[in-house]
Design a protein around this ligand. Sequence first.
Ligand code: NAG
Ligand code: NAG
Ligand code: NAG
Length: 322
Amino acid sequence: QDFDIGSNTVQNYTISPNSHFHVVTHNRGDGRKYPELMLDKALDREEQAELTLTLTALDGGDPPGSGTTIVRIEVVDINDNVPEFLQSLYEVQVPENSPPNSLVVAVSAQDLDAGTYGYIRYTLFQGNQVTQPFVIDETTGEIRLSKTLDFETIPYYNVEIAGTDGGGLSGKCTVAIEVVDVNDNAPELTMSTLTSSTPENSPETVVAVFSVSDPDSGDNGRMVCSIQNDLPFLLKPTFKNFYTLVTERPLDRESQAEYNITITVTDLGTPRLKTQHNITVTVSDVNDNAPAFSQTTYTLRVRENNSPALHIGSVSATDSDA
Ligand SMILES: *[C@@H]1O[C@H](CO)[C@@H](O)[C@H](O)[C@H]1NC(C)=O
Ligand SMILES: *[C@@H]1O[C@H](CO)[C@@H](O)[C@H](O)[C@H]1NC(C)=O
Ligand SMILES: *[C@@H]1O[C@H](CO)[C@@H](O)[C@H](O)[C@H]1NC(C)=O
């Protein structure tokens, strides 16, 4: 408004310098002027959410008079930003046997939009093969175990996570989970051949053939195998994880007829786990002893004129064979 008349009334409008708007002064039929604010280039709420401009009305006087007012422009959000994960790939290692509900990793996405357009809900794609043993917190993005993992069954998981904003736009990331082996399996021994009886006097004889196994990986699955070292037996590795138990020298049943052998299989993991297997080997007899008299010469004295069937003494021979 300008109460003057003619060229002394409002002639022109200007706006303070800015990068988005200019003002155009229009003529009304009655000679009065009005301003129109024109947008020159698209606004971006995420860059500048509010603009404050000064609008000046100038009259045609000499010198010109002017009046100003403030125009505040609020930029209203549209859902023009997709949620973006901080990392497109998260790589984590989880020891097997971690208890259910253990934290695996927390993923996080950002969305520059405001309000619900910027609010992200996290979801985990369950593959159509096996149900993955993970759950994700919809709000925090924390991924936890829903059951214990077993390295020996599945050593590696690839999980796809989506972050979806309130306007339906979504971003994705991948979580690569490596299951770390824990020494949770004791070695196992499988006996394939066992001869419970071995003849004496024979040279190197096979008593047992067996294999050992441990499904753990690395040192957790590496094994050593031993027997007591005071026995006349030897453990011979044959091919991978197979052993034969043989006699070290000919045995003598007459000095020891039975041996109790404990085979111990230990893995090299932490803690060390072991398995023991007891076998009893009996030494079978061979007729290697001739009967022997207790004396080389017996002298028996008998009176003459003896009655028949008189007991005149005894001789004896022994044989240590069975
Ligand atoms: C209005 O003001 C602008 C900026 O000062 C100037 O460029 C323009 O020529 C003026 N228009 C009139 C009709 O005086
Ligand atoms: C072997 O073990 C059995 C049963 O434990 C025992 O009766 C026997 O005396 C042991 N034999 C040897 C030679 O130690
Ligand atoms: C094997 O024998 C040893 C020594 O006699 C004994 O300590 C161990 O308990 C036995 N183990 C098995 C599995 O019978």
